[in-house]
Design a protein. Sequence first.
Length: 127
Amino acid sequence: MDRHDFISRIITMYPHIIKDDGVSSYYDLYKRAFGGKDIDFEKLFDIFATEYKEKYPPTGAYLSELSLRCLKKEPETAQRWIHVKIYNPILKAVINTDCFPAGTSENAILNTYKKRFGGEGWQIIGV
């Protein structure tokens, strides 16, 4: 699957929201979001299919963020993992925690802890 196929698939998933006059706008938005990155769009679609739960089309920024996990070739200077310090509201303490793949958003990291341990109040103290 290439960029055009991926974008077409996303757009056709939301025909009730994206009217005929908005299709070109969404296509242009998504095209710009990917820039010149060499992305595995098949992998990106798999991730999108399992993680995106909204009933509205995704933003370009969201797809751009997901695409960082699907690069065919990582840039030479990119780190593969990020280490995160988290405030744990259950223990009421700052802890050094797991590593996450580089490019993982702060929201995704916080959602991981909310889903795994429950509760509110998780905060990223340092990356």
